[in-house]
Design a protein around this ligand. Structure first.
Ligand code: FAD
Ligand code: NDP
Length: 342
């Protein structure tokens, strides 16, 4: 392989280096991700005339391009939309805004990165065995994804009654006018339980503690909904059914130590998320819980030139607007880094 590294370093924007045998793609700033963090970073960089390249993924981590908001219904807390709008619509608007200012969007999932030397290298699932794409700066905005429980019987009834996305699956006929359950006590659990009352005859929230973790407004909504019953100190032990579809859950009350069966035809997990950092292991420092470590108050990671924004580095706030805010910070941090290099 013949690559002139000096030429490579001097390349600005998207460039193609032709040598005798290879064709390399070099970007000035690469963004991995497609949620509010990625698109906000792209908008800022594109408006600063640093034409960024954004790899939006192709069902990366099982989530469509656009990220977690594509799995939900109404967004009522993103400023600027007093009437609310759907998560998918919000993300489509962000994508259009990125493109309007010249972001190059590539619908591929990044499979591997190498941040050991600059320019950084990255491979997508389509070019994993080929020459890597290179980039002077990298913004990680890969977000997070829903957790599963490994419940006894989960594999048998997965997508046959068990789901991790009420918005995606709640409307299917097997759940209509049937008792349903949601596991979790956070905002997602409350939101999903409320959403499922449109379809189910009753929705049980199974909460392992004696209180909810959700924000006050979401708690109130769930508590006020007559079709929702919250079962505290309750853990699911087993998913049972007729071999084809889910029909009941074996429950354990961790206060009374008693077990019981709860007839339900649907079970929805809302037990939190895992940061999408599998491609980053050994490349940037991660916290014990897998989230990317950043210098507090910035998006700077352990590797100069690599920045992290959104849920992938935020185990605390995890909101669309905070992700967008940190996407803006990543763009400004990357812009400063590039100007210092040049
Ligand atoms: P994400 O939205 O997680 O998107 C990252 C995306 O990047 C991935 O989904 C994937 O498509 C892509 N990607 C990942 N890895 C790769 C890769 N290797 N290569 C290429 N692409 C990749 N927040 C609110 O403020 N208001 C709400 O009402 C609200 N409702 C919610 C409802 C639900 C059901 C959930 C789950 C979350 C909700 N949130 C809400 C939280 C909000 O969705 C997140 O905080 C926000 O989407 C995080 O944005 P992000 O940019 O960090 O990444
Ligand atoms: P959270 O991490 O906030 O909550 C997870 C919930 O699941 C907790 O109640 C937790 O219990 C429970 N849990 C975790 N593991 C298990 C398990 N193995 N068995 C049983 N229960 C379990 O995640 P969310 O997805 O609810 O929220 C993520 C972020 O997205 C938050 O920042 C939230 O504010 C935001 N969001 C905002 C919305 C809005 O503003 N409208 C809507 C949805 C999400 P425990 O408390 O005991 O740990």
């Amino acid at each position: 392989m013949i690559v002139n590294k000096n030429i490579n370093r001097g390349i600005k924007n998207l460039s193609f280096i032709h040598t005798k045998h290879i064709r390399m793609v070099h970007h000035r700033v690469t963004i991995i991700g497609s949620g509010p963090a990625a698109h906000t970073a792209a908008i800022y960089l594109a408006r600063a005339e640093i034409k960024p390249t954004l790899y939006e993924g192709m069902f990366a981590n099982g989530i469509a391009a656009g990220g977690q908001l594509t799995t939900t219904t109404e967004i009522e807390n993103f400023p600027g939309f007093p009437e609310g709008l759907t998560g998918s619509e919000l993300m489509e608007r962000m994508k259009q805004q990125s493109e309007r200012f010249g972001t190059e969007i590539i619908t591929e999932t990044v499979a591997k990165v190498d941040t050991s030397v600059r320019p950084f290298k990255l491979w997508t699932e389509f070019n994993e065995d080929a020459e890597p794409h290179t980039t002077d700066a990298l913004i990680l905005a890969t977000g997070a994804s829903a957790r599963r429980m490994d419940l006894l019987g989960e594999d048998k009834y997965w997508q046959q009654g068990i789901s991790a996305c009420a918005v995606c699956d709640g409307a299917v006929p097997i759940f209509r006018n049937k008792p349903l359950a949601v596991i979790g006590g956070g905002d997602s659990a409350c939101e999903e339980a409320c959403f499922l009352t449109k379809y189910g005859s009753k929705v049980y929230m199974l909460v392992r503690k004696d209180h909810l973790r959700a924000s006050t407004i979401m708690q109130r909504r769930a508590e006020k909904n007559e079709k929702i019953e919250i079962l505290y100190n309750t853990e699911a032990r087993e998913a049972k059914g007729d071999g084809k579809f889910l029909g009941a859950l074996r429950l354990f009350n961790n206060k009374t130590n008693q077990e019981s069966d709860l007839p339900v035809n649907g079970l929805f997990y809302a037990i939190g998320h895992t940061p999408a950092t599998s491609i980053l292991a050994g490349q940037v420092d991660l916290h014990e819980n897998g989230y990317v470590k950043t210098v507090p108050g910035s998006t700077i990671t352990s590797v100069p030139g690599v920045f992290a924004a959104g849920d992938v580095q935020d185990s605390r706030y995890r909101q669309a607007v905070t992700s967008a805010g940190s996407g803006c910070m990543a763009a400004l941090d990357a812009e400063k880094f590039l100007s210092e290099q040049e």
